[in-house]
Design a binder for this molecule. Structure first.
Ligand SMILES: [Zn+2]
Length: 67
């Protein structure tokens, strides 16, 4: 589950629409996605951390900065 940083709505990854990507950033794949519900735009990272040894995913708010 991914929680939207803008409206707080929690949903599956598939609900986010890919805008650009993906790129490999260290051990993560990085995508720019939009959440159609509130049109918030994120960096979405997903990868297996070598330290943790498990899948982690997180989002970084990139636009809009202020609501
Ligand atoms: Zn949202």
């Amino acid at each position: 589950m991914v929680k939207c940083l803008f409206c707080g709505f929690e949903t599956g990854e598939q609900s986010f629409k890919l805008l650009k990507g993906s790129w490999i950033f260290r051990f993560y794949s990085m995508e720019i996605v939009i959440f159609p519900r509130c049109r918030g735009v994120f960096n979405y990272y997903r990868g297996v951390s070598p330290q943790m040894g498990r899948v982690s995913e997180f989002t970084v708010r990139i636009w809009p900065k202020v609501r």
